[in-house]
Each structure stands twice: as structure tokens, then as C-alpha cells.
Design a protein around this ligand. Structure first.
Ligand code: SAH
Length: 457
């Protein structure tokens, strides 16, 4: 180990920063956040330093580096753009046995500053020992994305609850199990973030009073249309905490690779018209796993509440009193629209957009008259084998045969294909496309000629 990571208590302690430019400003911000009593010595100061000085948040000392300023200090940072001065600061600090950081020169420094993920009071620090700040930064970005913003609030709240938990649970093992349950409770975290005190208290009471081994819950997560980058941060956090992931065929391998390695994976693949596992059985799987105390993620393509039967699955859980939550996903219409360069609305061509199912329950019929109206965009999900029907009905109810249409196959994935033409060709075009595909009908489709950025086909 080249450096010992420590977290310093700087509250009210004198620190010296030498330098008054942008880099110094960043360091000053950190020292001020940590509550240091800060003196800044430089030949010139950026406007931000003047503001801080006016607000009496720090003291400015104009002029050459004055080493006597170090006498009362606990810590120093040399952040000028002059190597010689930085070295001077470092040597003067060394002589006084004061830890000194030298910006961009980790070898001259007696301490280095890590990249941090600040979820105060929770703090994660990453360092490459000065060898590769870019690598440390990339890692920091990764961690930023998987650590929820409200983790700090959860940590503070945990601090307040410690005494109660101590008296509620006799053994260390029980307390540990309580805390595990506490920290994965998404609804609690959300209520803390919303400052919903009543909900926080209610959830806390339940956590403290219910049996420790009973902690099953289901999170319905939308995986987005294909490109794994379109999974939300919250969705990622959920699939990394899951004990069991129940997923469809529409969920890409890329996304399944992000699931926690030791989670159980249950495939319940189904596509329009071809149900591998009947819906009722999926409902029962979710229920059974949650009742066994598992944290279950039901991962669905797109958004779970848009033609996803998310509602039906939750009703069963609701009935059985299993706690659940929902994380939205980017629905196929949004994904395909963006990745094929077809805006769904446009001030000149479409004031509304309608998401329509092409897969009707037996006996159902669509409101074709309204669908054929002008100035809107229609997006048909599960419409591929209904293309002929869609074409005939829209034309029969007055839509022009030259209305532009596009079929987007495997939208947002690397293998995305877009086939475009007019409404009168829809039935033919559908023959060239495979599932999953969306049918987009409307004047906005023509904008694709200009706005397509993602692929050449
Ligand atoms: N809940 C999903 C929709 C499920 S219904 C969502 O919000 O996107 C399944 C239908 O969605 C498919 O028949 C197809 O019409 C559409 N679909 C899903 N993913 C798609 C993709 N990557 N490209 C094109 N269409 C897609």
C-alpha cells in the first residue's frame, strides 16, 4: 500500500491553500465543505475567491508564498501554476511535518486527494495512488451511477435509529439482519428522499416489528427497449440488489449481464401471440419467491406499465400483501423514435401521439375513426401480424394512402432495422420485418430523412 486512506476531521482547523486560480478554487471548495478554517495565499485571486472572502468564509493573503502562514496549519495544499512555488510550499510543509498536497505532482506530495463520491455522511474515496487520475475518475463515475443519491439520507437516518435497534434486538446477528433489511428497503429510501416523515415512520415501525426473515418484495423494473445504456440508474441499482430476476425474451443479454452474478434467473419468455409461460404462472412465481423472503425483480422490456401487463402482476401481489414498487423504463416508442430519427410529435405535423396495441383480445376492435384523424402520430405495438388489417382500416376511415409509415425492428439495438414507405405499402413492408417491431404512422416519419443519426438501414 503506497498511501494510507484516512478521513480527516478538519472542522475549525487551520489549513493553507497556496494558489488563487481555477484549480485552487476546486480544492478550496472541498476544504470549505469539510469545515476547514482556510487561508489562501496567492499573487492573484479568481472572482470566486473574492466572493468567499467577502462572505468571510476564508481569509485571503495577497503576495508571494509566506511560509510562516504554515505555522498554525494542520494541512496545506500547493495549487499554483508555478512548479517552483509548489515545491517551495511542499518543502516548507515537510520541514514543519505538515501534510501537503501538491496539485498534479503526487510524488512531491505527502498526501494525495482521492476522487470522491459524496453521499454525506457516507463517503467513498477512490485513488490510483497518483498513477492514473483518469482511471480513478472513471471508477468514480461508475460508482456514482450505482450509489443512489439519497444514500446519505439513509445513512444519517440509520445513525439516528441505532439506539432503538440496539434495544429492539438482543443479538448482534439479529441487528445485522435488521440493517440488511433496512438498507435494501427502497420505499424507505424514497420516503426519506421525499421527506415524507409519516411514511418513514410507518415503514420503520413495520421493519422493527415484523419477523426478521420475512423481507420478500417485488420490484417491477422496465429494462428499456434494447440498448443497455437506456436502462435507468434506478433500474440498474435494483437488478444489482435482486436475489431473483424474472425476465422476458425482450430483455437483452447486455442487460442480463448487469444482473448480480449470484442472483437466480428465471426466464418466462413470451412474445405477442406466443406465451411460453402463462401469465397466471408468472404471477405465481413472483408471489412464491417473495413469500420465501426473496427480493424479486420482475424485469420487463420497455416500460412495465405500457403493454407490459405490469398492472396484472402487481394486482396478485397486492392481493397477497406483498410489498412492491415500480421502476419505469424507456418504452419502445420512445427508444425507436429517438434511434430512427422520427420525433413522435412536431409542431407542424403531430400534436399528439397514440400508443396502440395491434394485439387485440378476441372480439376487441380499435376506434379506427379516431385513429385515422389528422395531425397525430400512431405507434402500433405488437402490430406486425395485423399490418394488413391496420392498413385497410386506416384507409377505410379516411387516412391517405400516401401517409408515411415506418417499421422499426429491434429498435435501439445494434441490429436495428428501419423499413419506411407509405400506408398503402404497409402490408408488404411488414413482410420484410421481424418481431419485435413497431409500426409508426404519421407525417413525422418523413423527418427521418434529415434526422436519422443511428444507422444507415
Ligand atoms: N412494455 C414494452 C412493450 C411490450 S409489448 C414497452 O414499453 O416497450 C411488445 C411489443 O413492443 C413488441 O411486439 C413490439 O411491438 C414492441 N417492442 C418492444 N421492444 C421493441 C424494440 N426493441 N423494437 C421495436 N419494437 C419493440
Amino acid at each position: 500500500m503506497d498511501h494510507l486512506p484516512i478521513f480527516c476531521q478538519l472542522q475549525g482547523r487551520d489549513c493553507l491553500l497556496v494558489g488563487g486560480g481555477d484549480v485552487a478554487e476546486r480544492k478550496a471548495r472541498l476544504l470549505l465543505d469539510a469545515g476547514a478554517r482556510l487561508t489562501v495565499n496567492a499573487l492573484a485571486f479568481s472572482p470566486q475567491f473574492q466572493v468567499w472572502a467577502q462572505e468571510q468564509m476564508l481569509t485571503l493573503v495577497h503576495g508571494n508564498f509566506d511560509e510562516t502562514l504554515l505555522d498554525t496549519c494542520w494541512l496545506a495544499i500547493a495549487a499554483t501554476d508555478d512548479d517552483a512555488v509548489n515545491q517551495q510550499v511542499s518543502a516548507a510543509a515537510e520541514a514543519r511535518r505538515i501534510f501537503c498536497n501538491v496539485v498534479d505532482a503526487p510524488r512531491q506530495a505527502s498526501f494525495i486527494m482521492p476522487s470522491i463520491i459524496d453521499r454525506s455522511p457516507l463517503m467513498v474515496a477512490v485513488s490510483s495512488g497518483g498513477t492514473s487520475p483518469v482511471l480513478a475518475r472513471l471508477l468514480r463515475e461508475k460508482l456514482e451511477s450505482v450509489l443512489p443519491q439519497h444514500l446519505g439520507q439513509v445513512a444519517s437516518y440509520a445513525g439516528k435509529l441505532r439506539q432503538r435497534v440496539k434495544s429492539a434486538f438482543a443479538t448482534i446477528g439479529e441487528r445485522r439482519r435488521f440493517w440488511e433489511k433496512f438498507f435494501v428497503n427502497d420505499r424507505l429510501a424514497q420516503s426519506l428522499a421525499n421527506q415524507d416523515i409519516a411514511a418513514v415512520e410507518r415503514i420503520t415501525e413495520t421493519l422493527l416489528s415484523e419477523p426478521l426473515d420475512h423481507r420478500g418484495e417485488v420490484v417491477l423494473v422496465g429494462a428499456g427497449p434494447g440498448d443497455a445504456g437506456l436502462l435507468t440508474l434506478k433500474g440498474l441499482q435494483q437488478i444489482q440488489q435482486a436475489d431473483v430476476v424474472v425476465y422476458d425474451r425482450l430483455v437483452s443479454d447486455e442487460i442480463m449481464n448487469l444482473v448480480r452474478r449470484d442472483a437466480d434467473r428465471v426466464f418466462v419468455g413470451k412474445r405477442a401471440g406466443y406465451h411460453c409461460v402463462p401469465q397466471e404462472e408468472i404471477n405465481q412465481i413472483l408471489l412464491r419467491e417473495a413469500q420465501r423472503g426473496k427480493r424479486v425483480v420482475r424485469l420487463k422490456g420497455g416500460d412495465p406499465f405500457i403493454f407490459g401487463r405490469g398492472g396484472e402482476e402487481l394486482e396478485t401481489l397486492c392481493h397477497a400483501g406483498i410489498p412492491f414498487s415500480v421502476v419505469p423504463g424507456i418504452t419502445a416508442a420512445s427508444g425507436c423514435s429517438a434511434y430512427s430519427g422520427i420525433p413522435l410529435t412536431h409542431r407542424d405535423y403531430a400534436q399528439s401521439v397514440r400508443l396502440v396495441t395491434g394485439h387485440l383480445k378476441t372480439g376487441g376492435e380499435l376506434d379506427w375513426e379516431n385513429l385515422a384523424a389528422e395531425k397525430q402520430t400512431l405507434v402500433f405495438y405488437m402490430g406486425l401480424n395485423q399490418a394488413t388489417n391496420i392498413q385497410h382500416n386506416l384507409v377505410a376511415f379516411g387516412m391517405s394512402g400516401d401517409m408515411p409509415v415506418a417499421l422499426v425492428e429491434n429498435g435501439t439495438a445494434v441490429k436495428q432495422r428501419v423499413v419506411a414507405g407509405t400506408l398503402s405499402q404497409l402490408s408488404e413492408l411488414a413482410q420484410q420485418v421481424e418481431s419485435p417491431a413497431l409500426i409508426i404512422v404519421g407525417r413525422v416519419v418523413a423527418l427521418r430523412d434529415k434526422l436519422n443519426w443511428f444507422s444507415s438501414h
